[in-house]
Design a protein around this ligand. Structure first.
Ligand code: ZN
Length: 192
């Protein structure tokens, strides 16, 4: 058993515009009948409450024979979204673009890198600001500006997490992306 999730993340939404876009996105999901407006505790992880599937959830998924079992969490504010497991093998400095190994080829995490980024993630989620130094160029960079390979981990101010839903339909995600401002979208998923 376990709980599956799929995250739809808008990495370029600013901290200022994220709350408005999140509310707009939720309004659209409710209007389409994909989720209920009421937030219910206990149907998602990583957020205090989520929105249960609405009467018209089927067009949002690739296989409507599989019923969604959980809710949708709205993340508006500093959020470290990552796949489980994180398949990224390196992380790229925002200044010099040098890749730093975050995992070996067989997927073993590089401890020094996670010892550096892990606490910075915690600070960033609380405050929206944290810096980490680059081993290659020596400069410190905004932890949110480092790019993880395969986009398996991203620090964003806006995203939606679908818990225990079947795979989201590409057409639905494309429409949803337009509602969320039309910028770049990152999808990732995994199992808790
Ligand atoms: Zn660097």
């Amino acid at each position: 058993m376990g709980n599956y999730f799929e995250n739809v993340v808008v990495p370029d939404a600013s901290a200022e515009e994220a709350p408005r876009l999140a509310a707009h996105g939720l309004d659209w999901l409710v209007a389409e009948g994909i989720v209920h407006r009421e937030a219910v505790a206990g149907c998602v992880f990583g957020a205090p409450a989520g929105h249960l599937p609405g009467p018209q959830w089927a067009p949002a998924v690739t296989d409507p024979r599989i019923e969604p079992l959980g809710g949708v969490a709205v993340h508006a504010g500093p959020w470290v979204s990552h796949a489980i497991p994180v398949e990224s093998r390196y992380v790229i400095c925002p200044h010099c673009a040098a890749p730093t190994r975050s995992a070996t080829d067989d997927g073993t995490p590089v401890k020094e890198v996670w010892d550096l980024f892990g606490p910075a993630f915690g600070v960033w989620e609380k405050t929206g600001a944290a810096m980490v130094p680059c081993g290659a160029c020596g400069r410190t960079g905004d932890v949110a500006a480092w790019r993880w390979s395969d986009d398996d981990l991203v620090l964003a101010h806006l995203g939606f997490a679908f818990w225990d839903w079947p795979d989201l339909a590409p057409e639905f995600v494309a429409e949803f992306g337009k509602v969320l401002g039309g910028g770049r979208l990152i999808r990732m998923g995994g199992k808790l």
